[in-house]
Design a protein. Structure first.
Length: 235
């Protein structure tokens, strides 16, 4: 049975009840809780947010098979880049530091070798995530901005980003297995459970982040590139 996609006529609170994992989406659009029974369209208008983009993000983050496609028209690409950038800020400033602090506390319960191994896995993973986020901010997003202005410089294309858009969240698998399977019980079960919950949450967040880029950002940029190629041919 197919799911009915979210629409602008629904109460925003109904979207959150349907998928509580949309809660981090709200602040990335500068939408705060306390919107009473207002509909999605109303809340978006109040905050200067494109309802179309907001619904695209919520649908991608909720329905695995959903892909916007060209039939949903143009995308507020500036709004999307702002959303993705604010997601980066959340990962850097909140989610990753919280896990890092928890892992430091967990490492104190073990000998130097076991504690060092746990921290090493996460530090290595964090480095890869940070490098990927920096690449998006320093290369991909400026490239998109130039395309919007009708400027395409060099031989770079969004295909290069798509080709290297691996699932960096998969690297968490080994760390989760160490915590689940191999660390002996030292009486820190509640802390370990909290760490695992945060690791699974981060993994899912990064997966949804990648889907937003693959299903919204990349197709839009490919259309921009095609228009520029068409302009070149006409000249």
């Amino acid at each position: 049975m197919e799911h009915v996609l979210f629409s602008g006529k629904q109460k925003l609170s109904d979207l959150i009840h349907a998928n509580y994992r949309l809660l981090p989406v709200l602040p990335r659009f500068n939408i705060k809780l306390g919107f009473e029974d207002r509909k999605v369209d109303e809340v978006c208008e109040q905050h200067g947010v494109s309802p179309q983009l907001f619904l695209m993000v919520c649908n991608v983050c909720t329905f695995d098979a959903y892909s916007p496609g060209n039939q949903e028209g143009e995308v507020d690409i500036d709004g999307l880049v702002r959303y993705l950038t604010r997601s980066h800020e959340d990962y850097r400033g909140n989610r990753i530091p919280v896990i890092k602090e928890q892992l430091n506390r967990l490492a104190e319960c073990y000998n130097s070798r076991e504690g060092k191994l746990v921290k090493q896995f996460f530090d290595g993973y964090t480095t890869e995530v940070m490098n990927h986020l920096q690449y998006e901010e320093c290369t991909v997003f400026p490239y998109v901005e130039n395309l919007k202005r009708g400027v395409k410089t060099g031989a770079y294309s969004i295909k290069q980003f798509e080709k290297n858009h691996g699932n960096i969240e998969d690297k968490l698998h080994d760390l989760k297995n160490i915590i689940i399977k191999y660390l002996p019980d030292q009486g820190e079960g509640e802390l370990r459970t909290s760490i695992l919950f945060n690791l699974f949450w981060l993994e899912e967040e990064l997966n949804k982040h990648a889907l937003l880029e693959e299903r919204i950002l990349i197709p839009f940029v490919e259309r921009l590139e095609g228009r520029l190629r068409g302009d070149d041919c006409q000249e």
